[in-house]
Design a protein around this ligand. Sequence first.
Ligand code: C2E
Ligand code: CA
Ligand code: CA
Length: 579
Amino acid sequence: MRLLLVDDDELDRMAVVRVLHNPNLVKDIVHASTAVSALKLYDESTFDIVLLDYLLPDMECLDVLSQLTQHTEKHAAVVILTGMEDNAVIERTCIVAGAQDFLLKKELSERHLTKALVHAQARHELNNQLLETHKRLKYLAENDPMTGLSNRYYFEEHLHGSIQRAQRFNIQLGLIYLDIDNFKLVNDSKGHDSGDQLLQKIAQRLLEVVREGDVVCRLGGDEFAIIVHGLDAETSSGILAQRIIENLRLPITINNTEHFVTCSIGIATYPRCAMTAEDMLKNADLAMYQVKREGRDGFHFFTGALKEQVLHRIMLEDELRSQRLQSQIVQHYQPIINAKNLQVCGAEMLMRWDHPTRGLLLPGEFIGVVEELGFLDAIDTKNRQLACNQLALWRSIGLVDDQFVLGVNVSESLLRQENVPNEIQKDMAAAGLPGECLSIEVTESVLVSDFEKTSAFLNRIKAFGVKVAIDDFGTGYSSMAYLKWLPATILKVDRSFVQNVPESQADCRVLKAIIIMAKSLGLEVIVEGVETAEQARLCQEYGADMLQGFLFSQSLSPHDFAKFLKAHNPETYKLNTLE
Ligand code: C2E
Ligand code: CA
Ligand code: CA
């Protein structure tokens, strides 16, 4: 054992040396007469025990004690020596401050001192072990063993603390909440081992891009968070998010295979969008959710408007999940007009949601969610049956003639179901309708995504006389060249081609070209979105067969549609009738 003996009184030091006969215990005693020299020696050398006089001329004992016990590299047990008698309070203070024992100088005997030193050292070792265990436990409690990043527990603690500091110093704070896109696919297809390795590499990448002082955590699964500090945290969060997105896009190699990763990021900042740790996390999560919805691989800042949007959607989902939906969906009908004689020659069935509190909702407000939830197929099927029944009724009372064609929209997923052509045929038969009075509207993007299969499917529908209309033509990705292969009877030119007619000369020429080309391929042409008489006139001139749009009518309930039919008079549009 090496001992550092600190006492300004040389006689007292000699007394200690005298009583410490035991050479087996203490091999080396180094003397110091001042606190400063003792601390210097302590720094330069290594001791097992320090015997420290309570009264030193140059420093308070407690200060020396704290420097000894809080030294980052040196760890020795400390025993305090004192000449004072009445010392209960001081003794406690010293023990609390980290000393292992407290001895009265006048009680020093060999037996006493030896025992004290041995006990002090044993106690000190035990203390050190406890400290190590504590550090290890703290590390385990605060870190994610897989990636080595801080974990959720640490993150929450740290965020609380950061907010308090930001409040005090009036600075900003950014929270970047990050979720790996489609991570489940990696886990499922390549196994959990690869998944783990991927997460480790992602963690490394994150550490590479952050600034010093930014805290990176793994919240769990494939979710990470970064706390961005600083005066300009708001701006730097956005820049960092963009850097992360770009960095993660670079291929990640695992077991000689390259993986391509994207992520969705939501950002909440203090004090702009949240004042508490809980709100920051919640809001960043909400912004991230919106990125996921919009197709992933990007970032969003949280805003009040975004919250509205997301909450609205969540509410919508809840409502849609409830069973009442189907009974609240109603079928409206928009007239389709023969371009030559301006008589009503058909209609398109368009659904509406007759919402109990919000009134009649247009498909744009709910169809996306309905589709994502997987309800659209059932709704379309039901809509089609009801529309067939409606048409059969109109025909039976002579409101429409045999040439009248009703268009119904068909969702993409319905088009993938083998038995749908048969079901359409069955519905027609059940309503007592011939195939020719129905047209199935399909968007061109559906056709492009799986051309052969969809074509075969549509040909089966055409086989029993039902018409096939390519809807929203010009908005998808199909080229004109596709058209000649399409199993279509009707082409519905999207309303974006009419919108700027006649003001835009270029648009007029494009509209004309589409109509001429479609006609040359033997298709019937319906121009959608005709809102003015001038647009209708030009469509007539370019050779369109049918017109649909607000100039004639919006979509109408069956009752109003019947009224419209009865009142309809081609003269009112002040257009030339060509027949
Ligand atoms: P779409 O098939 O292109 O239907 C035409 C849309 O354009 C309708 O909107 C119609 O109201 C609107 N429109 C018609 N004429 C004009 C006009 O002159 N100006 C303007 N600005 N708009 C006009 P709506 O009813 O909101 O339907 C939107 C879309 O929802 C439809 O587009 C269709 O893709 C889908 N949809 C509607 N009903 C159903 C349905 O029962 N099943 C399926 N799968 N989709 C439907
Ligand atoms: Ca349509
Ligand atoms: Ca359309």
